[in-house]
Design a protein around this ligand. Sequence first.
Ligand SMILES: CC(C)(COP(=O)(O)OP(=O)(O)OC[C@H]1O[C@@H](n2cnc3c(N)ncnc32)[C@H](O)[C@@H]1OP(=O)(O)O)[C@@H](O)C(=O)NCCC(=O)NCCS
Length: 144
Amino acid sequence: MDSKSILFRSENIDFYADCPAPEEYYKLFLTTDWNNEYCFTKVEIEQSIRNIWYTISAYAGKELIGSGSILSDGIHHALIVNMIVHPDYQNQGIGTTILRLLVKKCRECKIRDIQLFAVENKCRFYKKFGFVARPDNAPGMQFK
Ligand SMILES: CC(C)(COP(=O)(O)OP(=O)(O)OC[C@H]1O[C@@H](n2cnc3c(N)ncnc32)[C@H](O)[C@@H]1OP(=O)(O)O)[C@@H](O)C(=O)NCCC(=O)NCCS
């Protein structure tokens, strides 16, 4: 990692607006239980991270310990996805910094509609940030 591209430094954690190395990202992804459902291969995970619009990566030294991404058309819609902080580093404010940098990017691009899906026990985390649940008469929907 080149120090010139560091977006933000907090104590011993560096935040970059870079796509992480696929191998590193795959390891971080597997710290969640998401692959129990999705069953992605390493190649598929690599493809997903390469194709994404914008990613913030957090490093402790050379180790990727956090990441979050935006899927977007660059002006109308942005969907914040794949917020992950390695379990050893959670509850230290790293996820909050990643989310702040992602929202900042959306604001800089004047994106009008910023959305995300929250698992129930993470609603508080996002609400503190200003996200609100969608109204009952306009729920998010998912193809099954
Ligand atoms: C969601 C996730 C990314 C949050 O990352 P994180 O680094 O733990 O987030 P933060 O540390 O900024 O905030 C988490 C909590 O720690 C608290 N916190 C922040 N800094 C803190 C500090 N220095 N000391 C103690 N607690 C702290 C925050 O207030 C927050 O509390 P809350 O959840 O009750 O609102 C992380 O839990 C994760 O990777 N989970 C697994 C994957 C997942 O579920 N992703 C989200 C899907 S919606």
